[in-house]
Design a protein. Sequence first.
Length: 108
Amino acid sequence: MAGAARVTDSLPPDKQKTGRPGNGGTIATAAGLVFIGATDDSRFRAFDAKTGKELWTFKLGGAAEATPTTYQGRDGRQYVVIPSTGGGFFNNPLTDDSIMAFALDASR
C-alpha cells in the first residue's frame, strides 16, 4: 500500500521505517479494508483500500509470512485471522505458535 513503511526493529527508531520483503498475499473486505500479514517484521496491518492509508497495526509474537483469512462468525461479525509463528522463507526465528483472530467493527 502506498506510504506503508514496514519496520526494521534492529535499527534506531528514527530509521526503522525501511520497507520489508513480503511472503504471502493480502485480502480485501467488501467494506474497503485491506489486510497484510505477509511481511517479516511481525506486524499485521489494515489499510484503507481507497487511500492506501495505514489504519491499524498489531505487533504479533512472530512473523506471519502468510495470507490472512476472513470469515463471518455465528454472531454475524466479520473476523480476520492470521498465523503468528516466524520461520519460513525469510529464516525468521520461530518465536510464536499462535493463530490470531481479530473482530472487525460492525460498521466495517
